[in-house]
Design a protein around this ligand. Sequence first.
Ligand SMILES: Cc1ncc(COP(=O)(O)O)c(C=O)c1O
Length: 406
Amino acid sequence: MNYGQVFDEAIGRLHKEGRYRVFIDIMRNKGAYPNARCFHGHNGPKPITVWCSNDYLAMGQHPKVIEAMENALHDVGAGSGGTRNIGGNTHLHVELERELADLHGKEGALLFTSGYVSNDATLSTLAKLLPGCVIFSDELNHASMIAGIRNSGCEKRVFRHNDLEHLEQLLAAEDFDTPKVIAFESVYSMDGDVAPIHAICDLAEKYNALTYIDEVHAVGMYGEHGGGISERDEAAHRIDIIEGTLGKAFGVMGGYIAADTRVIDCIRSYAPGFIFTTSLSPVLVAGVLAAVKHLKSSNEERDAQQAAAALLKEKMRKAGLPVMPSVTHIVPLMIGDPVRAKQISDILLAEYGVYVQPINFPTVPRGTERLRFTPGPAHTAEMMDELVTALVEIWDRMELELRKAA
Ligand SMILES: Cc1ncc(COP(=O)(O)O)c(C=O)c1O
């Protein structure tokens, strides 16, 4: 076996398909976000504007978050020093879990090192605990949910995206007493659409299924206290397990689930992805705690972010750019070709100081490659005008079609 050749061929395939990934080399400027410095391919750092961060509300640089992290670092040091079971269960972890349980109106919560790990560890463990369990999974579910379902080894039924009729058909085909879990997201972050939570819960009740919702792109962002779409739609009490990240709207890092005490106790006790790993640094936990507490009582960031997203969509629409019909804070621009998406992103960065990452397969289906903009409270109308002007110039130069402005 020529190992080197196998790896070369695998990498070659990515280049051929136009989806070889190049990571941009940047430093964000604290206090001046979305401004950042780009180190790649320039003679020294070049100022850029970041348009694709998932630090949706700029909480990663919020003074309360920074202060809490600095204090924790000086108070307790850098790392937790162990797993939750062996030395790594700091009072900050306990306090944050209480805060997150309260955010979602649940009896308990459990922290993980990322949202990915929360999904993988919880879904794989949950289904193993339920003999003969069948998981019903939305076709656009995130890779971490798919990994969790696969790792559970249980039967899986994939329903067409947000398609209630299809979900019902699949549920009805199973024995009423078969344990079932419906796994879905609230905000689908590549298209910006939202799941019909109440209708899914109606089906779960009718067919005796548990519900598992990934609110990664919604926690902190929707609902009066940042409890996500399930809070906004007054559906949290109908969902059995709510999963979220601490790395996007809460601006730091980590993941969690919130559920009733028995579920939390089971996952805490049986999930290898929770048990056999060093717990989150107390510095990170302190930062998240400050962010969650702040966003529970402040709507300022959420409102400003929604206004920024609406304004950018409007400006793009008026300019005739192919903005997709998102009903959330996500602003996706359809390109439909991986090479072209990368080309546009490269020109934006090199010539206009605009950083937006092209989104390719496998993150989105082939042929739906796009640029995904996430304007936040700190993106001004002037920045948006500059961005739209740049895009229109590139569209002209590449002889791409602009829609008739509405
Ligand atoms: C829907 C969804 N779930 C889970 C995750 C994983 O969360 P984290 O980044 O905290 O690992 C992501 C992306 O990062 C996501 O988009």
